[in-house]
Design a protein around this ligand. Structure first.
Ligand SMILES: [Fe+2]
Length: 284
């Protein structure tokens, strides 16, 4: 029997209570696994501007998120909270991909429902670690950069796959080893174990994004490496700033060739004189 996941995807996406959202993500995965496939309705997805989220954390601009020293308990908890917030957004991003992009093979829908279930698990585990230090999700401010990028790429699954899993989620692969080292230094083995689960699963999530990015490029007759460079430049994004985890990115489906090309390209962008900027146009 086919399972139509769209009503539950919609209510899970709009759900503002984190526990209920996590339960819905797990239920979607179980129902789909028990069914013989995805039943696709004729109705189109609704274009929600915002996904469901609790009233707290208070959202501020990325630059306004207060920086705290990790040496204090509060600062350490703020770092755990930031990871919690990323995982919470990742649930919404995965639900949104499965809900919104309907004219794709059912493996796409199944992949993103599985990702949503895993992100819900990560969120619950990390929230548990935050609770262990006497704090909860919502106790610190946060920014909405991840969801904003989801909305900016909502009109095209190729753009979404290119810029969310391949840029933003892949960035998690770069930063997690350093965070884990700091957590280990503090002797917090329980959080290290959670970070290990997150890191392992995120390689798979970026891999899913890579797979569907290449699938959509092939279907449209587009050259994936050149297109990605164009998108990176056009959306003012970057890959090579700070440490880049080549080994994990290769496991997640980036080729060494593409990564080397990207590094060269970004260096050439940095070195190039900024001709044609609006400041220059005004000063002429
Ligand atoms: Fe995650």
């Amino acid at each position: 029997m086919l399972y139509n996941p769209y009503p539950l995807l919609e209510s899970a996406l709009l759900e503002s209570d984190p526990d209920a959202k996590c339960r819905a993500a797990a239920e979607l995965f179980e129902k789909l696994a028990a069914a013989g496939g995805v039943g696709k309705p004729a109705a189109a997805a609704l274009d929600f501007r915002f996904a469901g989220r609790p009233q707290k954390p208070i959202l501020v601009a990325p630059a306004d998120v207060q920086k705290r020293k990790m040496s204090t308990t509060e600062g350490y908890a703020a770092m755990l909270h930031a990871i919690c917030h990323i995982e919470f957004n990742a649930i919404n991003l995965a639900l949104d991909a499965a809900y919104r992009f309907r004219n794709l093979p059912e493996a796409f829908t199944a992949d993103w429902i599985r990702v949503a279930k895993e992100e819900a698990y990560h969120f619950s585990l990390m929230r548990g670690r935050l609770n262990a230090y006497g704090f909860d999700y919502g106790d610190f401010e946060a920014h909405n950069h991840l969801w904003d990028m989801a909305y900016k790429t909502a009109f095209d699954p190729l753009l979404r796959m290119a810029l969310v899993p391949r840029v933003l989620e892949a960035r998690g692969l770069d930063v997690t080893p350093a965070i884990r080292a700091k957590v280990a230094q503090r002797g917090d083995e329980a959080t290290c174990a959670v970070l290990d689960i997150i890191y392992r699963d995120e390689v798979g999530h970026v891999q899913i994004g890579n797979h569907w990015y290449h699938y959509l490029c092939a279907r449209r007759g587009l050259e994936p490496v050149a297109l990605f460079r164009t998108l990176i430049a056009r959306y003012d994004l970057f890959i090579f700033r700070g440490y880049v985890n080549i080994e994990a990115r290769e496991r997640a489906g980036f080729s060494r060739f593409e990564l080397e090309m990207l590094e060269d390209f970004e260096q050439s962008l940095k070195a190039a004189p900024k001709t044609g900027s609006w400041q220059q146009a005004l000063s002429r």
